[in-house]
Design a protein around this ligand. Structure first.
Ligand SMILES: [Zn+2]
Length: 286
């Protein structure tokens, strides 16, 4: 009899436990698209959560701060990064990715394969091998379909640069545009005017709703010609506080004159863009 009661109590406890967990899962289920420009100090780290449950991380910032930020924006059980993009291997983009590879289940990586001599890049390449992560080396523009009505366009580089060196690594940055649920987000990495010029020369439609401004708002990027084509409604600058004159006041003026509302991670903290079938909502998280 006592045994029977114990079993009933045990089953009851199990039922309550799974109900609570199930309710928790339901509460945290995401509807629509979310893009979070993470506040990681001086550097770039952008998390995209697609309506189909994929997590895409573009760059990882200069240190392990990205882990805490990911922890805040992903449910505790979700340790999967479906796609990691390394725009270019400067420390303020790559160091945090090394921490992410160690702690998360990274399924796929996109990078250019450019040559650059740094301990962090060497470490990154060793980790990619160690964890046997599939890689795509960008050698041409391409479109990655993420689901119904949701594509990631890789716009730059236009040709293979694998195994090559470059004078200005910033101009090897992978530029991509997410077109999802009718919203366009252009992510420029640290691309400067030279890369912008190459994109302008292609005559592709660069119009966008949200621009992740190139090279932390430096005046070496975001030329007027480029902004005339992009015409962003919102511009996000990922930049650290008191950072050697970045972002440039001239760039902020150019962006505002182009009609964009400007947000910056050094002042706003993390910038979270949520998009359901109708509305774009922008939230800040200090
Ligand atoms: Zn940078």
């Amino acid at each position: 009899m006592i045994k029977k009661i114990s079993i009933i109590i045990f089953l009851g406890v199990l039922l309550v436990f799974f109900s609570v967990v199930g309710y928790g899962l339901l509460l945290q289920r995401q509807v629509g698209l979310e893009i979070i420009f993470l506040d990681i100090g001086q550097g770039d780290a952008t998390l995209i959560k697609t309506p189909f449950g994929q997590n895409i991380l573009i760059d990882g910032g200069p240190d392990s701060a990205v882990l805490k930020r990911l922890g805040k924006n992903l449910p505790w059980w979700d340790k999967k990064i479906d796609l990691m993009i390394l725009t270019h291997p400067h420390d303020d983009h790559i160091v945090g990715l090394n921490e992410v590879i160690r702690r998360y289940d990274v399924q796929m990586i996109i990078y250019t394969g450019i040559i650059y001599d740094s301990p962090a890049y060497e470490n990154w390449q060793e980790l990619v091998k160690k964890y046997q992560i599939s890689t795509i080396v960008v050698d041409r523009p391409q479109i990655i379909n993420l689901g119904d009505n949701c594509d990631l366009e890789i716009l730059y580089p236009r040709q293979a640069i694998y195994g090559q060196g470059i004078d200005n690594l910033n101009n090897s940055s992978i530029a991509s545009r997410l077109i999802c649920e009718g919203t366009k987000i252009l992510l420029m990495g640290d691309a400067e005017r030279e890369e912008e010029k190459e994109l302008l020369a292609t005559n592709i439609d660069l119009s966008t709703d949200i621009l992740k401004v190139g090279h932390h708002g430096s005046d070496t990027a975001s030329s007027q010609e480029f902004l005339d084509k992009v015409q962003p409604k919102y511009a996000v600058i990922e930049v650290g506080e008191n950072n050697f004159g970045l972002p440039s006041l001239r760039v902020i003026k150019r962006l505002e004159r182009s009609g964009a509302v400007v947000y910056r991670t050094d002042q706003n903290g993390a910038i979270k863009v949520k998009k359901d079938s109708q509305n774009v909502i922008i939230l800040f998280e200090k």
